[in-house]
Write a protein that binds this ligand. Structure first.
Ligand code: FAD
Length: 366
C-alpha cells in the first residue's frame, strides 16, 4: 500500500523547495544524504544489504510521489536505484555485499552508458575496460550522466576484451573528471555531468562479474530499471499537473464563469486525467509483472515508459495552457513539469526506440 511515512518525508524535504532547487540547479547534499541513508533513494534494494526490500509496485508509488514534487530528485532516485539494481544483477555475491550497503547507507551513485557517439545505439560504446594485472584500467568519455555531480560511485559501462561490461569507479579516483552540465533544459538539479576517464585504475574486483554476456542483455538489465522508474516518475508529473490545473481552473473566473466550465478548458482537464490514468495502469501492470518475475516484463516496461513519457509531455503542455500566465514563472510546478517531461521522451530509450522495440514485439508475437 502507499507509504505514508516515506511520502511525508519527501514532501517535507522537497515540497516547498523544488522550484528553488530547479533555479539553483542543485539539491542540497544533506537532503540527498539523509534520504539515501534511509534507503529511500533505492528502496528496492534487499533488506540483507541494508535496503528496504520494496516491491517494484511499492517503490513505483513512492517514485510517482517524488515525481509529483520534483523530477530532479526523482531522477536522482532513478540513478541510485538503477545503480543498485545493476550491482544486484551483474555483481557476484561478494560485490553485492560490499557495494549495495554503501548505496543504502547514504553514498550516491550514477550509471554511465551514453557517449558522444553512442546515444540510442549503445553498440557503439567506445570506453575501454582493460585488465592490467590485478587492476582494470578505464579509458573513455561519458556524456549526460544523471547524478554524476553528486555521486560517490560511478557505474561505468564499457568494452572489455571480449564483450561489454560494467565497472564501479569511485568518483574521486585519479583520472576521473566530472564536468557539470549547467544549462540543462529540465531536471536542472539532477546533477547531470559529462565524465572523462583517463587511465583510471581500479582493482580488478571493481569489474562486475556478470560481464561478457551480450551487450544487449547487460544494458537491458540496467535500462529496464531506469525505464520503470522514469515511467512512474511521469505518473507523478501528470498527478502534479492535474492537481495544479484543476485547482486553477476551479479557482479562476473569466467571462463570468470558472475556467473549468469553459468546455475547451474542461477538455484539457479530461485529457490530463486520461493520461494520468493510462500511465498509472501501464506502470502498475509492468511493476506487477516485475514483482512476479514474469518474462513479459521487458515489453511491459517499455510500453509503460512510452505511455507515461508521451503522456507526461503532452499533459504538461495542457497544464501550461490551463494555467497560462499563472504557470509561466520559472520554477512553477507546471513550468518545471513541462521542461522535465520533454526530457523523459528522450532518456532511457527515446520514444522512437521504445516504438521500435514494441513493433518488434508485435511482429514476433503476431
Ligand atoms: P540520438 O541517439 O542521436 O537520437 C536522436 C534522435 O533520433 C532521437 O529522436 C532518437 O529517438 C532518434 N533515433 C535514433 N536512432 C533511431 C532509430 N534507429 N530509429 C528511429 N529513431 C532513432 N545517459 C546515461 O548513460 N546515463 C544517464 O544517467 C543519463 N541521463 C540523462 C539525462 C538527461 C536529462 C538526458 C537528456 C540524457 C541522459 N542520458 C543518460 C543520455 C540519454 O540516454 C541519451 O540522450 C539517449 O539515449 C538518446 O541518445 P542521443 O541523445 O544521443 O540521441
Amino acid at each position: 500500500g502507499p507509504d505514508r511515512e516515506a511520502e511525508e518525508l519527501f514532501t517535507e524535504l522537497a515540497g516547498d523547495r523544488a522550484g528553488e532547487w530547479d533555479r539553483a540547479g542543485e539539491i542540497p547534499r544533506d537532503v540527498l544524504r539523509r534520504l539515501g541513508a534511509r534507503g529511500l533513494l533505492c528502496a528496492q534494494a534487499p533488506v540483507v544489504h541494508g535496503g528496504l526490500g520494496y516491491t517494484s509496485r511499492r517503490n513505483g508509488e513512492l517514485t510517482a510521489h517524488v515525481g509529483s514534487l520534483c523530477s530532479s530528485l526523482r531522477s536522482v532516485m532513478t540513478s541510485q536505484g538503477m545503480a543498485a539494481w545493476t550491482l544486484r544483477r551483474l555483481g557476484d555475491a561478494g560485490q553485492q555485499a560490499d557495494l549495495v550497503p554503501r548505496l543504502t547507507g547514504g553514498e550516491l551513485a550514477a550509471v554511465a552508458f551514453t557517449e558522444a557517439e553512442a546515444g540510442s545505439d549503445l553498440s557503439a560504446l567506445a570506453t575501454r575496460l582493460t585488465r592490467s594485472g590485478d587492476e582494470v584500467v578505464v579509458d573513455g568519455a561519458k556524456v549526460w550522466t544523471t547524478n554524476a555531480a553528486y555521486a560517490d560511485l560511478l557505474v561505468v559501462f564499457g568494452r572489455t576484451e571480449d564483450g561489454v561490461g560494467a565497472v564501479v569507479v569511485p568518483a574521486s579516483a585519479p583520472g576521473v573528471r566530472i564536468e557539470r552540465i549547467t544549462d540543462a533544459h529540465g531536471c536542472r538539479a539532477a546533477g547531470h555531468a559529462d565524465i572523462r576517464l583517463d587511465g583510471v585504475r581500479v582493482p580488478a574486483d571493481a569489474l562486475l562479474r556478470g560481464v561478457d554476456r551480450s551487450s544487449a542483455l547487460l544494458v537491458t538489465t540496467a535500462l529496464s530499471y531506469g525505464r520503470m522508474s522514469v515511467a512512474w516518475g511521469c505518473v507523478g508529473i501528470l498527478r502534479g499537473c492535474l492537481t495544479a490545473a484543476v485547482r486553477h481552473a476551479v479557482g479562476r473566473k473569466q467571462f463570468g464563469t470558472r475556467l473549468a466550465d469553459h468546455q475547451l478548458v474542461a477538455r484539457h482537464l479530461a485529457e490530463l486525467l486520461i493520461a494520468e490514468q493510462n500511465a498509472a495502469r501501464a506502470c502498475e501492470h509492468a511493476s506487477d509483472l516485475w514483482d512476479r518475475g514474469s518474462p513479459d516484463l521487458v515489453t511491459a516496461v517499455v510500453l509503460a515508459k512510452h505511455v507515461a513519457a508521451t503522456g507526461a509531455a503532452a499533459g504538461s503542455a495542457r497544464a501550461m495552457q490551463v494555467l497560462a500566465s499563472a504557470g509561466a514563472h520559472d520554477g512553477h510546478v507546471v513550468a518545471r513539469a513541462h521542461r522535465d517531461a520533454k526530457l523523459m521522451e528522450i532518456i532511457e530509450g527515446s520514444s522512437e526506440i521504445c516504438e521500435l522495440i514494441l513493433a518488434q514485439h508485435a511482429v514476433a508475437t503476431a
